[in-house]
Design a protein around this ligand. Structure first.
Ligand code: TYD
Length: 228
C-alpha cells in the first residue's frame, strides 16, 4: 500500500507549513515519506515554475499558463510521485491538480471539461487519497501573505525571511474570491477525499488534527528499518 496526500488552499492559508510538519513527523517515525510541491519538485518543474510565476510575464496567455502548470505536474508525477508510490511510500504534495481546477478553471474561467482532459494526460489519472483544504477567506489569506512578503511577523516585528510575491498573487481580489468559491465546489463534488480544516487555528492545533486524520492510513505502510 502507498499513500498520496495533497494540501490545497488559497494564498496564505499556511498549507506549506502544514505539509512540511506532516512530512517531518512521518519521517521522524521512520515512515518512507517524501515532500514535494507544485509547480516545481523536479529540475524541469523548477524551471517551469520560474517562467509561470514571474511577475514580468504579464502577457502570458491563459492556455499557456494552464499547460505550463500541467507540464510541471506531468514531470513531477512521472519522475517523483508515481515511482515513490509504486515502492509503497507516502507522498506529501503541496498543491496538485485541484489547484488547476480552482485557479485556471474557476479563477480564470477555463473550461473544466478541457482541464480534466489535460489533467488526465498529465497525471495518467493519478489522484490523491486524501486532500487537506486549509480554509481561510481569500481576503484574510492574501493579507497574511502580504504581511509575510513585507517581512512583517504577526508580532509586528520584521523578519529576515520575506515571502515570494508572485504573478498569481498579484491578481485582483475578485480572482482570488472565485478561486475560493471554486475550491468549495470541488470539495462538494468529492467530499470523501477532502478534509476541510479551519486555517485560522494555531499551527500546532492544525498539525495535531492532520496527524490524527492520517494515523489510520499508516497501518498499511511498513516503516523503514532502524539503522543499527
Ligand atoms: P506559491 O508561491 O507556491 O504559492 P502558495 O504558497 O500559495 O502555494 O505559488 C504557486 C502559485 O501558483 C499559487 O498562486 C497557486 C498557483 N497555481 C495555479 O494557478 N495553478 C496550479 O495548477 C498550481 C499548481 C498552482
Amino acid at each position: 500500500m502507498s499513500l498520496f496526500v495533497t494540501f490545497e488552499g488559497p494564498e496564505g492559508s499556511g498549507k506549506s507549513t502544514q505539509a512540511r510538519l506532516l512530512y517531518e513527523s512521518l519521517h521522524a517515525r521512520r515512515y518512507p515519506v517524501i515532500l514535494t510541491r507544485e509547480p516545481g519538485g523536479t529540475r524541469i518543474g523548477d524551471l517551469i515554475r520560474r517562467i509561470v510565476l514571474d511577475l514580468q510575464h504579464t502577457e502570458m496567455a491563459p492556455t499557456t499558463e494552464t499547460l505550463l502548470f500541467s507540464a510541471a505536474r506531468a514531470q513531477l508525477v512521472s519522475e517523483v510521485i508515481r515511482p515513490y508510490l509504486e515502492q509503497g511510500g507516502i507522498v506529501v504534495c503541496d498543491r496538485y491538480a485541484d489547484s488547476t481546477y480552482a485557479y485556471q478553471g474557476y479563477g480564470l474561467g477555463r473550461d473544466l471539461a478541457e482541464l480534466r482532459m489535460i489533467t488526465a494526460a498529465a497525471t495518467g489519472g493519478l489522484r490523491p487519497d486524501i486532500t487537506f483544504y486549509l480554509d481561510i477567506s481569500a481576503e484574510a489569506g492574501l493579507e497574511r501573505k502580504r504581511r509575510r512578503h513585507a517581512g512583517v511577523r504577526p508580532t509586528g516585528q520584521r523578519s529576515v525571511e520575506q515571502e515570494e510575491w508572485n504573478r498569481l498573487d498579484a491578481r485582483e481580489l475578485e480572482y482570488h474570491k472565485r478561486v475560493e468559491a471554486g475550491y468549495r465546489e470541488l470539495i462538494a463534488q468529492d467530499p470523501e477525499r477532502w478534509r476541510v480544516l479551519d486555517a485560522r487555528q494555531s499551527i500546532e492545533a492544525l498539525a495535531e488534527q492532520i496527524a490524527a486524520i492520517i494515523e489510520p492510513y499508516l497501518a498499511s505502510i511498513p516503516r523503514l528499518e532502524a539503522v543499527p
